[in-house]
Design a protein around this ligand. Structure first.
Ligand SMILES: [Zn+2]
Length: 506
């Protein structure tokens, strides 16, 4: 996400202690074997969602699997459907409750998501909710032992607001021809070994979703005059008798499944390294489609080279009414604030580069956005600089860097500095953006200066290779950087991430 720069102001002094690290270090252990044979029918269907060279990623792990069927009623702003999740207990403890996030029940969404029935292994189960219905816990009919798989089935209904982006989350809203229905389904919470289920209340500041990779097979029924855009690829479409369509989408290993229905937008597309890139823009600005497509294809190509391959067959970018923020990332889809397309400055280009950076930092390499937001936001922000460097616009690369320096300097002058590991919940009073984005980006610039260009490039590639499809924490990033430079970075990490030492601004 990119927030408005207005939030850089209004800083006050707050002293913070401790690390915000909530997720235990997870990577560089028990690397799963990469299977080569794709024989499972569920997996076979998913292959169209991957670039051909990355089809084997589907069997990288025995992913949890969602099968969702929903019916959309855009006129009533409602959807209803059912969901089946086949999940495996990958922990060392029995599950007696399985928790799901119901994100749309958070007040910021301005809508609703209600579970109307629930079964586990075909047995009706009781449930309870937490934090104003933003979490639902299903009591298992029998303990789910470590290594055991189970099947959860739910029926649910949801509704979104309309024209609400000025007061609520623009990605769950119908406005300007885009019915964006982010996080519309019960989403499995993460279980952290040694800690338990992630049942924390949602913090409004920053991104909401904290989830693990899964495979999705989603069938959507909707009126035929609505264009469906999702995190997956379209497997089949049937036109029904009553002016409706039934479209089935399958995904690669994705961190969540995004869905939007569009009306009146115009699509332009291009191919990048085997990925179909599609830009949807409002019909009143014919140049906007070509311009945003050119930026998106360039960013994807550059980041493929710099970070490692984006493995999916599709990527979509949608002009949307976000109003309170510039851009929002989902797996395989990004939303860009509509007004940026009319500007004559670099904000559209910068925002697209940032959100596409998130396809690696958040999408492929997961982290606790509600606890250590700097891990994805810092690196997505630094990706803006890498993008401009790689298209040889060194002036703009310098301008981006200078903006982060200025924001962080102002934060320090006001006594608002904080460790990068500070959870967003503790970064009130206008400190979230300058700490997580500006100081976060500057950390990566300092790291690059300290370990040198070659080691920094090795770090970026090695980090993605080791951490893709996983969820990492700060110490995992430290370890990846130390492996790349064959050096010790404890002091730097301590000063930037764990404490708020007055570091030299790079
Ligand atoms: Zn972001």
């Amino acid at each position: 996400m990119i927030k408005s720069m207005i939030r850089f102001i209004l800083l006050i002094v707050i002293t913070l202690t401790g690390s915000g690290s909530w997720i235990q270090p997870a990577i560089f252990r028990d690397e799963p074997a990469i299977a080569t044979a794709v024989v499972d029918p569920f997996i076979t269907a998913q292959t169209i969602a991957m670039r051909p060279d990355y089809v084997t990623d589907l069997t990288y792990q025995d992913w949890d699997r969602y099968t969702i069927q929903i019916q959309l009623d855009p006129a009533a702003l409602q959807l209803s459907g059912n969901l089946t999740v086949r999940l495996t207990n990958r922990t060392t403890v029995d599950f007696d409750t399985i928790w799901f996030h119901l994100y749309p029940n958070h007040p910021d969404f301005g809508g609703r998501l209600d579970v109307t029935s629930a079964r586990i292994d075909d047995i009706p189960v009781s449930s309870r909710t937490l934090h104003n219905d933003t979490l639902i816990g299903l009591q298992t009919p029998h303990p789910i032992a470590p290594g055991q798989s189970t099947t959860v089935t739910m029926t649910f209904t949801a509704r979104t607001p309309r024209n609400a982006s000025r007061k609520s989350f623009g990605a769950y809203n119908l406005e300007a021809g885009v019915w964006s229905i982010a996080s519309f389904y019960p989403m499995l919470a993460r279980y952290i070994e040694g800690i338990g289920w992630d049942t924390r209340p949602i913090v409004s500041r920053g991104d909401f979703t904290v989830s693990a990779i899964a495979l999705y097979d989603v069938t959507v029924e909707a009126p035929v005059d609505w264009q469906l855009v999702t995190s997956g690829s379209q497997l089949e479409q049937h036109i029904l008798a009553d002016g409706r369509q039934r479209v089935r989408f399958v995904s690669g290993p994705q961190r969540e499944f995004y869905l939007a229905a569009l009306q009146g937008l115009v699509a332009t597309s291009a191919d990048v390294d085997g990925t179909r890139v599609i830009s949807y823009v409002q019909a009143n600005d014919p140049d906007a489609g070509a311009r945003s497509l050119a930026i998106a294809t360039t960013a994807l190509r550059i980041f493929n080279q710099r970070f490692g391959a984006y493995p999916y067959a599709e990527f979509e970018i949608i002009q949307a009414a976000l109003t309170q923020f510039y851009g929002m990332e989902y797996p395989g889809v990004v939303l860009i604030e509509q007004r940026l397309y009319q500007r004559n400055d670099h904000l559209l280009e910068t925002t697209i580069a940032h959100e596409i950076g998130h396809q690696w930092w958040y999408g492929l390499v997961g982290n606790d956005a509600q606890g250590e937001a700097w891990l994805d936001e810092g690196l997505a922000s630094y990706s803006q600089i890498l993008y401009y460097e790689m298209i040889d616009n060194l002036t703009q690369a310098q301008a981006e860097l200078d903006a982060f320096r200025a924001a962080y300097r102002r934060l320090r002058e006001r006594g608002g500095d904080a460790p990068l590991a500070t959870p967003p919940s503790e970064l009130g009073n206008g400190r979230y953006v300058p700490v997580v984005y500006a100081k976060g980006a500057l950390f990566f610039h300092a790291l690059r200066q300290q370990i040198g260009e070659a080691a920094f490039n090795d770090f970026l590639q090695g980090y993605v290779t080791a951490a893709r499809y996983r969820e990492i924490a700060g110490p995992d990033l430290l370890r990846a950087a130390e492996e790349a430079c064959a050096c010790t970075l404890d002091a730097m990490f301590h000063n930037w991430v764990i404490t708020a030492e007055p570091v030299t601004i790079p």
